[in-house]
Every structure is written in structure tokens, then in C-alpha cells.
Design a binder for this molecule. Structure first.
Ligand code: AMP
Length: 280
């Protein structure tokens, strides 16, 4: 595995593999965990050469968010990515990605209005901009994103379609801890009490899924059920609980086809997201 830090070298090294080899790409912010490694595995199974990027992108964090607290450990990430069989790690410094005078942004409108787009203004503009830049540098045939951040994966899908970027977007399932908590780099910042409380999030989503299977289609009732179960623990504060369609990500009143039930919860300095997709 080779570690590359400049844009010039990254695009140059990949040139040697084109056009015969399929290049698979997994963008991450590091502090690698099982979720990232699963995406890498998926990318490896679908391509010949895999690139994993690690970049804590400042432009997707708002003022007062956890940019400075975000866990970082390049050596550990290096070891895990190597063990998982990545061919390249791309680790650009901020000066490479946002040189002085930088002023160009990519944004997706409708799909970013709700859920994390509403509670983190500017977040998706940062994500879509950095992902566009990374796509232009790596020029992958396919890129893998996790369902844990389903809105992000759907926004990127829309963006590559709208901007005619020739890359297949694959969404891989959410990897969970044994107790159901979605694996996340941010889990590292949970106190023991917060960590004990956090599995309630997925338990509430599972209860919601069961209720839908039993015929409950009313989103207000479903959302209340999820909200009540989570707020039962005073350490967990709801940011949002929403029920949206998968095409336009607009809030639904009734579930009549496939839907995304998404939750964001704050506990201390940490914000956790999770979701389920239901298909009836
Ligand atoms: P991050 O490093 O948190 O920006 O995540 C990088 C990629 O890993 C994104 O596509 C995430 O959706 C994905 N990811 C993060 N956690 C998980 C998880 N528990 N299961 C599956 N994918 C994940």
C-alpha cells in the first residue's frame, strides 16, 4: 500500500492503471473502523485498484461543530487500511485541497433541505464540494458510501447524475456494534454513560420498523414512538426524527412505498446519526 499526499502524485499514479483497470474509491475522514473497512471490502470486490482517502474536511463542519475534536490517528489508520488491502491511501493536507484564494463550491438543492441539511447549514455544500474534488483527482470508476449517512449517499448520487460525473455510486449497509449502535468514529468521544445510552437509537428504529410491518403507516405516530423511546434517557437529545421518501427526501405523512426513517441525536459534544430504510 502506498500513501500519497499530493494531488499531482495521486492522479499521476492512477494514470498507469487506466483504462484497463477499474478504480474503486472510498472517501473517509479517518479514525478507521469496521464500517469504513466494509466499504473498502465492497470496493475491492468490485474493482482492481482501491484508493481510500482520509481527509477531515473543514468545509463540512459548521462553527461550533466538532472539527477540532474529530479523532485523528494517521498511523493507526495506515495499519488498518493496509491490513484491509487498500492499494493507496490519499492523505491530502488542507493546503492541497483549499489553497489560498479558494472560492468554488458545489451544492445540491432540494435533497439537502431536510434532515442533516436543515440542522447543519452548509454541511452538504462542504461534502459535495470535497467529494467532487476527490472524484476529479482519483477519477474512480466506482465509489462506495455507507447507508449510515444515507442522505449523503443519495445527495452524491444526485450530484454525479446532475453533473455528468462518470462514476458508479454504491451504497453499502450500516455496520453495527453487537448492541446495535452504528459504528462511528465519533463513538470514540462518548463517555461510558453516553455509550451505554446510545444503543437506544437503533432499538427505537427497530421498534419503528416492527410497527410499520404490523401496519402502522402514520409518520407522526411513528416519529413520536421513536422520539419517546430515545428521550426516555435524559442523556440523549433529539436533533431530528424524520420520515422521508428516498427520491426527493421530502417529509412524508404516510408511508406508502419505500421510505427512510432517519434520526440524529446529540449526547454531550457528540452527534450521532442512524437510519433504516423500509420497503413496503
Ligand atoms: P466518515 O469517515 O464518517 O466521513 O465516513 C466515511 C464513509 O464511511 C461514509 O460513506 C460513511 O457513510 C461510511 N460509514 C461510516 N460509518 C459507517 C458504518 N457504521 N457502516 C457503514 N458505513 C459507514
Amino acid at each position: 500500500m502506498q500513501t500519497i499526499t499530493t494531488i499531482k502524485e495521486m492522479s499521476g499514479r492512477l494514470e498507469a492503471f487506466r483504462p484497463e483497470k477499474r478504480i474503486g474509491f472510498v472517501p473517509t475522514m479517518g479514525w478507521l473502523h469496521e464500517g469504513h473497512l466494509r466499504l473498502l471490502k465492497t470496493a475491492k470486490s468490485l474493482s482492481d485498484v482501491t484508493v481510500l482517502s482520509i481527509y477531515v474536511n473543514p468545509s463540512q463542519f459548521g462553527p461550533g461543530e466538532d472539527y477540532s475534536l474529530y479523532p485523528r490517528d494517521v498511523e493507526r489508520d495506515h495499519r488498518l487500511a493496509e491490513e484491509a488491502g487498500a492499494d493507496f491511501i490519499f492523505l491530502p493536507p488542507d493546503e492541497e485541497m483549499y489553497p489560498p484564494g479558494y472560492q468554488t463550491w458545489v451544492s445540491v438543492d432540494e435533497l439537502t433541505r431536510h434532515l442533516c441539511g436543515a440542522s447543519r447549514p452548509g454541511h452538504f455544500r462542504g461534502v459535495t464540494t470535497v467529494v467532487t474534488k476527490l472524484f476529479n483527482i482519483v477519477r474512480p470508476h466506482l465509489a462506495v458510501f455507507g447507508q449510515k449517512d444515507a442522505q449523503q449517499a443519495l445527495v452524491i448520487k444526485r450530484m454525479v447524475y446532475d453533473l455528468n460525473i462518470d462514476v458508479d455510486i454504491v451504497m453499502a449497509p450500516t455496520v453495527r456494534e453487537k448492541d446495535g449502535l452504528a459504528v462511528s468514529s465519533r463513538n470514540k468521544n462518548l463517555t461510558p454513560d453516553q455509550r451505554r445510552a446510545a444503543p437506544l437509537i437503533y432499538q427505537a428504529l427497530q421498534k419503528c420498523s416492527k410497527s410499520i410491518q404490523q401496519g402502522n403507516r402514520d409518520c407522526a405516530r411513528l416519529k413520536k414512538m421513536v422520539r419517546d423511546m430515545i428521550t426516555d434517557n435524559p442523556l440523549l437529545q433529539i436533533d431530528y426524527v424524520e420520515c422521508v421518501d428516498l427520491d426527493r427526501m421530502q417529509p412524508l405523512r404516510h408511508i406508502s412505498a419505500s421510505a427512510l426513517i432517519a434520526v440524529a441525536v446529540r449526547t454531550g459534544t457528540v452527534r450521532l446519526v442512524d437510519n433504516i430504510i423500509v420497503d413496503i
